[in-house]
Design a protein around this ligand. Structure first.
Ligand code: SF4
Length: 370
């Protein structure tokens, strides 16, 4: 009989300390590896209507799964207040995630609040969202009108049977493709389409997906299967390295490497040499990119994480609800970033088995967003 993993909402967190020095933010805080803070990912719900096998496997996140009570979620006002502090420390991009963020009621109101924010040098914030696309066709126009700039859509196969097996809730590809077109028509492009590749499950879809999105304005990115959380049964043998994905596509549709759009971009970019557009590969397992990682993550109940593979968060919600000032919140966030030294993927590459054996239970991706 297989052992059942029961995941309760991730209660493990440390208090967030307020340093004595409440110096105002400079917009240029750096961590211990001299990385700036440029990118905040905010999970706004721990709920999802999919059960993707690499993120929220059904046998773990089943009907008995305890979701977070609404009262423990950060309110939109709290999220906007926290976002303001991060922007003052240099954040230029905010990505809304989940679970499935479009399940959070009135998300448009939150987007309107965040869209008011400008970066330290007065530019509009790059406000984006990652979705499984299931509700996109219905919501795209309202999201754009609220101030959202772009969307990234997860789609793991074109073949319906394979896609249904990956999302494990019998959801059809056609509805996600319709959502992508609706988002594009609403002006939320360029649409990035993320495909997680798992050996023996959807690797046969690499070429059909590449052929489908080639010569379109959409950018298809292939993500190596990652050992996120503690419930997806990750094993190195299930990883198709990005170099192999590029080799398979390039054999049929020649590719050339191109420069990143900006430092810290997670995807390595490749363009079709015949002008048919570009693809990306996100290689956290075989080509770690921790050196340029400028990302912080906020869970839906207000815990701060400085790495996707963290084992513990820091409780920002407590500071919010204890009535601390903006200056205290800002100083606490700055101090947390200053002492940051995360580089999990680099360490995993050096010592995969050792790390997999010893590492404490990592936080679930569905809890802090990808
Ligand atoms: S493993 Fe952690 S530090 Fe490295 S790139 Fe991912 S989130 Fe950043």
């Amino acid at each position: 009989m297989t052992e059942k993993i029961i995941i309760l909402s991730d209660g493990r967190s440390k208090p967030l300390t307020i340093p004595a020095d409440l110096a105002p933010p400079t917009g240029e805080v750096r961590d211990r590896l001299a990385r700036p803070l440029r990118d905040l990912r905010i999970s706004i719900t721990d709920r999802c209507n999919f059960r993707c096998v690499y993120c929220m496997p059904k046998e773990v996140f089943d009907k008995d799964y305890q979701y977070l009570p609404h009262s423990s979620l950060l309110t939109f006002e709290e999220i906007a207040r926290v976002a303001r502090q991060f922007v003052a420390h240099g954040v230029e991009k905010i990505r809304l995630t989940g679970g499935e963020p479009l399940l959070r009621k009135n998300i448009e109101r939150l987007i309107e609040m965040l869209a008011q924010l400008t970066t330290v040098d007065g530019k509009p914030l790059d406000l984006t969202l990652t979705t499984n696309g299931s509700l996109l066709a219905r919501k795209a126009k309202a999201l754009k009108e609220a101030g959202l700039q772009r969307v990234t859509v997860s789609l793991d196969a074109l073949d319906d049977a394979t896609f249904r097996a990956m999302n494990d809730v019998d959801f059809a590809v056609a509805d996600v493709l319709e959502g992508i077109e609706a988002a594009y028509d609403a002006g939320l492009g360029p649409i990035k389409v993320n495909m997680v590749v798992k050996a023996g499950m959807n690797e046969q879809e690499i070429l059909p997906m590449a052929r489908h999105f080639r010569n379109t304005p959409h950018i298809l990115r292939f993500i190596e299967f990652m050992d996120v959380g503690a419930s997806n049964g990750w094993n190195m043998k299930d990883v198709i390295p990005s170099a192999e994905i590029v080799r398979r596509i390039g054999a049929e549709m020649p590719l050339a490497a191109i420069d990143p759009n900006y430092t810290g971009e997670t995807a390595a970019r490749w363009r079709y040499t015949d002008g048919g557009g570009e693809i990306g590969v996100i290689s956290s397992v075989t080509q770690a990119f921790c050196r340029d990682c400028t990302r912080a993550r906020l869970s839906t109940e207000g815990k701060l994480y400085t790495c996707l593979f963290a084992t513990q968060g820091h409780d920002l919600r407590a500071l919010l609800r204890e009535g601390h000032s903006d200056a205290e919140l800002s100083a606490a966030i700055g101090e947390l970033w200053r002492v940051r030294g995360d580089r999990y993927s680099e360490l995993r590459t050096i010592n995969t088995d050792g790390l997999a054996r010893t590492a404490a239970r990592k936080v679930e991706m569905s809890y802090i967003g990808g």
